[in-house]
Design a protein around this ligand. Structure first.
Ligand code: CMP
Length: 142
């Protein structure tokens, strides 16, 4: 099934000048970028995006990190895009990320873990709509 997923390249990976290298991983894995932009998140935007984590001990640190510099946000499309994207990202905690995954290669810590990806097609739809209007998404027909 062709799906869409949502991806963030977090401030630490942008600071490493790794946007192109990470985009190459997406494309090599068969994921097509159908929307993309660079954003400096406001505190309100970051808190709203991570609202499900409100009240958790890592929430303030997460919001502080995510607003510390620009991020790249993307919608990715492809066969089983949610699972495929999670595979190439590796485990949330870089200590558990398999060799060759994005987190193994670009994460600095559990908070500064380089990339975010939707955990389900339902989350993907909500997260894509949080950052992109329908007219900003470009279906890839070839
Ligand atoms: P992400 O996939 O963006 O979703 C929530 C983020 O919170 C997660 O990646 C981590 O960067 C961050 N985080 C920090 N501490 C924790 C923790 N203890 N458990 C889960 N996520 C954490």
């Amino acid at each position: 099934t062709i799906e869409r997923t949502f991806s963030i390249i977090k401030p630490n990976a942008v600071a490493k000048n790794a946007i192109g290298a990470i985009y190459a991983r997406f494309e090599t894995a068969g994921l097509k970028i159908v929307a993309a932009k660079m954003v400096q998140l406001t505190r309100e935007q970051a808190e709203g995006f991570y609202a499900e984590h409100l009240g958790k001990p890592f929430f303030d640190g997460l919001v502080g990190f995510m607003t510390s510099g620009p991020v790249m946000v993307q919608a990715l499309e492809g066969e089983e895009a949610v699972r495929r994207h999670r595979e190439i990202m590796g485990a949330t905690n870089p200590d558990n990320a398999l060799a060759g995954t994005l987190r193994a290669d670009y994460a600095d810590s559990l908070t500064e873990n380089a990339v975010h990806g939707s955990d389900s097609t339902e989350s993907a739809a909500r997260e894509i709509a949080y950052f992109f209007t329908e007219s900003e998404i470009c279906p890839r027909t070839r």
